[in-house]
Write a protein that binds this ligand. Structure first.
Ligand code: MG
Length: 398
């Protein structure tokens, strides 16, 4: 029998058929894979928010014939004349927010980073079911996001594979029986070497062993900061204290999450490392329509090990930010966005990322920001992180 409520306390839908989708971040990794799922399951796409990839957005508009698309102002002239008849073009942040609030069944919030928060909020305020891939929304404004969802009758389902795994594992379980949530981490490309991480290049860090993802999240996987963000995301999403959220390194990336229960039992969610599966589940939960993919092979060696927070201090920094509370998670996220960009453009060593995070934690305060404070705090944290990057750069090469 289907439970009445999901693990986030929200009512479950009676039946889920083909839906009208809005995809925020349609030309990114999650966005393009969402459109694969839309093709599998016969969903309609009514709105697309792209960024600066004009050719990709135009091709998506011709394939899906949405009522509206939105793009960055600097590519609007390249997009406008090439759109199909009947597709309206909106521009910039206001355009993204307008598409996010369009009449639709599900909004897939897949614009990465802090800048994904505003259009995610617009979808929540319109009362939509939001399939949340923008983990930074939960990290930077978890309580605000929940309050907005409840005020407007919006529903949230997680797209992040670990959180989708937890959601599936918890479904139908009384939450008072839950002892701990366990997120798996691949360990990234530097799990076993090299010994000196100060000298690794962006090319090495971008070569993720299992998952196919955008550059920011791939670097975050190499530092384990992505897992740190996911710990904070899980704490806010499932309203679980940090003491009850664990991380285990599982290089094969086939077990996505586990739940420890008070009776000593552990339940896990497994699946191929293909983001289209958690995306589809976020759209269809609790239903499981078939997919055109090979079944998960069970042969082979699956290993689990403790994360090395000495080698990967960014994970510990995220826990520290969660324990500090207040504006610490938002500041840490902003600092990481600045630090990763600096690393990718050759201005910061790989190990300098953790130094910039430590600097952000030192500036954190106990004051929990409201919606009106978020942009100014994010800007301040970015400016401080920029200074920390310059100081680290001034110290010279490793
Ligand atoms: Mg993940």
């Amino acid at each position: 029998m289907r439970p009445e409520r999901d693990p986030l306390g929200q009512p479950l839908p009676d039946a889920v058929g083909p839906q009208r989708l809005v995809v925020l971040g349609s030309s990114g990794s999650i966005g393009t894979q969402t459109l694969d799922v839309a093709a599998w399951q016969g969903h309609e796409v009514v709105g697309l928010v792209g960024g600066r990839r004009a050719d990709e957005l135009v091709a998506q508009a011709h394939r899906w014939r949405p009522a509206a698309v939105s793009c960055a102002a600097e590519v609007a002239d390249a997009v406008r004349p090439r759109l199909p008849a009947g597709t309206r073009l909106l521009v910039g942040e206001a355009g993204a927010a307008e598409v996010a609030a369009m009449e639709a069944d599900v909004v897939v919030a897949a614009i990465p980073g802090f800048r994904g928060l505003a259009p995610t909020r617009a979808a929540l305020r319109a009362g939509r079911h939001v399939a949340l891939a923008n983990k930074e929304a939960m990290v930077c404004a978890g309580a605000l996001v929940w309050a907005e969802a409840q005020a407007h009758g919006a529903r949230l389902t997680p797209v992040d594979s670990e959180h989708a795994g937890l959601y599936q594992t918890l479904l139908g379980e009384p939450l008072e029986g839950v002892a701990a949530l366990v997120l798996t981490a691949s360990g990234g490309p530097f799990r076993t070497g090299p010994a000196n991480l100060a000298a690794v290049t962006p090319e090495q860090a971008l070569a993720h062993p299992t998952w196919r993802m955008g550059p920011k999240v791939t670097i975050d996987s190499a530092t384990l900061f992505n897992k740190g963000l996911e710990v904070l995301e899980a704490a806010f999403l499932f309203r679980m204290p940090l003491e009850r959220i664990e991380v285990v390194v599982h290089p094969q990336s086939l077990v996505h999450a586990l739940v420890r229960f008070h009776d000593g039992s552990v339940k896990a969610q497994l699946g191929p490392h293909d983001m289209r599966l958690p995306i589809q589940y976020a759209l269809h939960a609790p239903e499981r329509p078939p997919v055109p993919l090979a079944p998960l092979p069970l042969e082979g060696t699956w290993t689990f090990e403790r994360p090395d927070t000495g080698r990967f201090p960014a994970l510990a920094a995220a826990y520290a930010a969660g324990h500090k509370g207040g504006d610490a998670p938002l500041r840490l996220n902003a600092a990481d966005e600045v630090a990763v960009e600096a690393f990718l453009t050759g201005r910061l060593r790989f190990t300098g990322i953790a130094d910039v995070l430590a600097d952000a934690l030192a500036h954190a305060t106990a004051r929990t920001p409201g919606w009106d404070d978020l942009d100014a705090l994010d800007a301040e944290a970015r400016a401080l992180a920029g200074e920390a990057v310059r100081r680290a750069g001034a110290r010279g090469p490793a």
